[in-house]
Design a protein around this ligand. Structure first.
Ligand code: PLP
Length: 365
C-alpha cells in the first residue's frame, strides 16, 4: 500500500482507520450477510446505522434538542436554492454576506429565483482576502435570515467569530469546516454542509436546522427540498445516501475516539500553524489571506509566477504530495488540510516547499 498525502479540497482524504474499518465490513456488515450498500434503507440494520450516525453527530457537535439533523443529497449547492425556499416566507426578504465563490453562488441563486435578497457586505474589492466584521446595523432588521459561508474553501479564509445580529437567524454554509472544531450550534438558525470535504464521501449533504424554522417553506416548493418533510420522515422520505451516511458514522466514531472536536481543533490548529509559520518566515511564497481571517482547513499561497506555481504543483505531485494546485478560478496553490490529513503530511509539505525554494530560484524560470 502506497498512500499519498492528498491535499485535495474535496472530495478529500478520509481517515485511514475509517477506510480500513469500512473495508473490513465492506462485503458483509455484522451478521447481516450483506454489504451496507446492498441494504434496504428500511431494514432494522440500516435504521440502526442512520440513528447511530445522528446520535454520534449530536454528541460530537453538542447539537441542542430543538435542532433537527437531516441527511440529504444534492450537495451544498442544492441548499443554495433550498435555503431561500424554506426560509424566506418568514418576512419575504433575506440578506447575504459574499466572501467568495460559494457565498456568491448562494446569493445569485436566491436572486435568480426572484427573491428580495440583498448583499449585506462583500470583500470582492480586495480579492476575498478577509472576512468582514458584520454588525447588526448592516443587516435589514426584517431579513428572514443572514446567509454566510463560514469557511471559504477557495480563498482560504474563515470566520473567527459568529456575527451578533440579534434574533435574525444565521444560515451558515460549513461545507469545508464542519466538525473541524467546536461551534456553538445554538448561535445559528441553520448549518449545512456537503460531506465530501471533511465528513464522508460525496453524495451526502448535512442540514442542521432549528425546529421553529421549519414552518416557513413555500407552499409550491419541491417536496424533495423541503426540510420539514425530510425532518418528519427521519431523512427517509425517499432513499437516503445510505453508504455515505454509514461512512459519516465511522468518521464521527473516529473523532469521538480521539477525544472529540476540542482535540480535533488542537490537531488542526497545530497543522495550520506549521504551514503558516513557515509561510510567514520567508518571502518566496506569499499567503494572500489576511492573518486575522486565515482558514485552518484550506491554506492558500502563491509564488507570484504562474509558471513557477505550475512547476511546484507538478514536482510536489511527483513526491506524493497531491492536488496542491489552487482552484481554477484563482490559481496559485492550496493545501487543504482537513481532519484526515496527518501532521506528517504538512511536515512533508513544508520540507518540500523549503527545498523547492532553494533549488529553483525565481529568475531561473
Ligand atoms: C465545496 C463547497 C460547496 C459546493 O459543494 P457541493 O456539495 O459540490 O455542491 C459549497 N460551499 C462550500 C463552502 C464548499 O466548500
Amino acid at each position: 500500500m502506497n498512500r499519498v498525502f492528498n491535499f485535495s479540497a474535496g472530495p478529500s482524504m478520509l481517515p485511514l482507520p475509517v477506510l480500513e474499518k469500512a473495508a473490513s465490513e465492506l462485503v458483509c456488515y455484522g451478521t447481516s450477510g450483506m454489504s451496507v450498500m446492498e441494504m434496504s434503507h428500511r431494514s432494522p440494520e440500516y435504521e440502526a446505522i442512520i440513528k447511530e450516525a445522528e446520535t454520534l453527530l449530536r454528541k460530537l457537535m453538542d447539537i441542542p434538542e430543538n435542532y433537527k439533523v437531516l441527511f440529504l443529497q444534492g450537495g451544498a449547492s442544492t441548499q443554495f436554492s433550498a435555503v431561500p425556499m424554506n426560509l424566506i416566507g418568514r418576512t419575504g426578504k433575506a440578506d447575504y454576506v459574499v466572501t467568495g465563490q460559494f457565498s456568491g453562488k448562494a446569493f445569485k441563486e436566491a436572486q435568480k429565483m426572484g427573491y428580495d435578497v440583498k448583499c449585506a457586505a462583500t470583500t470582492k474589492d480586495t480579492g476575498f482576502d478577509h472576512i468582514p466584521v458584520i454588525t447588526k446595523d448592516m443587516v435589514r432588521p426584517d431579513a428572514s435570515y443572514l446567509h454566510i459561508c463560514f469557511n471559504n474553501t477557495i480563498y482560504g479564509t474563515k470566520y473567527h467569530y459568529i456575527p451578533d445580529i440579534g434574533d435574525i437567524p444565521i444560515v451558515a454554509d460549513m461545507s469545508s469546516c464542519i466538525i473541524s472544531e467546536p461551534v456553538d450550534v445554538k448561535r445559528f438558525g441553520v448549518i449545512y454542509a456537503g460531506a465530501q470535504k471533511n465528513m464522508a464521501p460525496a453524495g451526502l449533504t448535512l442540514v442542521i436546522v432549528r425546529d421553529d424554522l421549519l414552518e416557513y417553506a413555500e407552499k409550491t416548493m419541491p417536496t424533495m427540498l423541503e426540510w420539514k418533510t425530510m425532518a418528519e420522515n427521519g431523512s427517509m422520505y425517499n432513499t437516503p445516501p445510505c453508504y455515505a451516511i454509514y461512512m459519516a458514522k465511522l468518521v464521527y466514531e473516529w473523532i469521538l475516539g480521539l477525544g472529540g472536536l476540542g482535540v480535533m481543533k488542537e490537531m488542526n490548529e497545530k497543522k495550520a500553524a506549521l504551514l503558516y509559520d513557515y509561510l510567514d518566515s520567508q518571502s518566496y511564497y506569499t499567503a494572500p489571506a489576511k492573518k486575522d481571517s486565515r482558514s485552518i482547513m484550506n491554506v492558500t499561497f502563491v509564488t507570484g509566477d504562474a509558471d513557477l506555481d505550475k512547476k511546484f504543483a507538478a514536482e510536489a505531485s511527483a513526491k506524493g504530495l497531491k492536488n496542491l494546485k489552487g482552484h481554477r478560478s484563482v490559481g496559485g496553490m492550496r493545501a487543504s488540510i482537513y481532519n484526515a490529513m496527518p501532521y506528517e503530511g504538512v511536515e512533508k509539505l513544508v520540507e518540500f516547499m523549503a527545498d523547492f525554494e532553494k533549488t529553483i530560484p525565481r529568475h531561473k524560470i
